[in-house]
Design a protein around this ligand. Structure first.
Ligand SMILES: Nc1ncnc2c1ncn2[C@@H]1O[C@H](COP(=O)(O)OP(=O)(O)OP(=O)(O)O)[C@@H](O)[C@H]1O
Length: 354
């Protein structure tokens, strides 16, 4: 358990938060300049707040009232930054052991899990961005941390490298100590977050699940364009034609082949702009995914659009439609309709482990 209460003033900016983080992976989310990195730095011991108290599993890391401010290396943290920040003069093996201060009984297991056995004798300079980040994750893990701090760990990577690293964070979320993770990316929030804290101008604007936060255009930094639903669904069957059938609360959904075993739970993000609504069950349509539901809310945007929230057996689904369509179709709270989603509208990056 990590408790963070702190106040800090920079010129023109005041950070003021009071948080108790639950187990799992907590995402710090918010616009640029909202205070995410400053908060991470305060926990890491790289920024001494003006006032406050930071306690990890009952151990006080910082308390201005007691004049206590543990240095970073005594805090029991694993830190992963945007760039690996590995020591260039040490081999990968030495970098890994540095975090563990020489003792790493689980070195072999971590090396195997991260697939970095081939890299052990090399120096970081020659590694790809993705390889460096895997080593940085290994170093953080091997330090036996009480909490892992990850400040935009995927931001410097291209899409294929992101796809390579994301599963490791899913694994960590389900296995290890609490993780505090900064990102701007709704896809990362959808895939990784157990809990989301939205910061705005240095204050906590909202806290909630990925689904609650990503469904609210006021909370998502990119606004309506990246609003969407997050559903937890079960892999029901892999079909021979390359499609995977999912059980979404009893409704079948089809996606291009998902690399998860039958019976496992996965998370999928369905962007609101990829959803079409119909008042009657559509027929003769190429889209395979049709979810029946009832409209929970309809919210008109400033422009010609509206955001419709639909309660379905799979969970809450959002659709971005024009106000004109909403009027023509008679969409309103309580109205029953069908959400239609193309199979290929759910990108690979939007599919993660449950
Ligand atoms: N050392 C500093 N001195 C003065 N102002 C600072 C310092 N560090 C951060 N700030 C200010 O504090 C505010 C919050 O910055 P911070 O880096 O924590 O935001 P952020 O949410 O992490 O942003 P981004 O997503 O762009 O990384 C900004 O206005 C920034 O200019």
């Amino acid at each position: 358990m990590l408790e963070i209460r702190l106040q800090h003033r920079f010129e023109g900016f005041q950070l003021d938060v009071d948080l108790a983080l639950p187990p799992g992976l907590t995402v710090l989310f918010g616009r640029s300049g909202s205070g995410k990195s400053s908060l991470i730095k305060a926990v890491a011991g790289l920024l001494a707040p003006d006032r406050g108290r930071i306690v990890l599993d009952g151990r006080v890391l910082f308390d201005d009232a007691q004049g206590l401010n543990l240095p970073p290396h005594q805090r029991g943290l694993g830190v992963i930054f945007q760039e690996g920040r590995l020591f260039p003069h040490l081999t990968v093996r030495q970098n890994l052991l540095y975090g563990a201060r020489g003792r790493a009984p689980n070195l072999d297991r971590v090396v195997e899990m991260l697939g970095i056995g081939e890299l052990l004798a090399r120096r970081p300079g020659g590694l790809s961005g993705g390889e460096q980040q895997r080593v940085a994750i290994g170093r953080a893990l091997l330090s036996g941390p009480g909490v892992i701090l990850a400040d935009e760990p995927l931001a410097a990577l291209d899409e294929p490298r992101k796809a390579e690293i994301l599963p490791y964070f899913e694994y960590l979320r389900n296995q290890s100590c609490p993780i505090l993770y900064v990102t701007h990316s709704p896809a990362e929030v959808a895939r990784l977050a157990t809990h989301v804290v939205v910061l705005d101008a240095g204050q906590v604007l909202r806290q909630g699940t990925a689904s609650e936060i990503l469904g609210d255009p006021d909370l998502v930094p990119a606004g309506i364009r990246s609003v969407g639903a997050v559903l937890e669904v079960r892999v029901a069957r892999h079909h021979e034609d390359g499609l995977t059938e999912l059980d979404a609360g009893g409704v079948p959904l089809f996606l291009p082949r998902v690399a998860s075993a039958t019976g496992t739970m996965i998370r999928i993000r369905i962007a609101a702009q990829e959803v079409i609504l119909s008042r009657t069950r559509p027929e003769g349509l190429s889209a395979l995914n049709i979810l029946p539901g009832t409209i929970d809310s309809l919210r008109a945007g400033e422009g010609p659009g509206a955001l419709v929230a639909l309660s379905t057996p799979a969970g809450r689904v959002l659709a971005r439609v024009t106000r004109r369509s909403a009027e023509t179709l008679g969409l309103a709270e309580g109205v029953e309709c069908f959400a239609v989603v193309k199979t290929v509208a759910i990108a690979r990056e939007d599919i993660g482990r449950g």
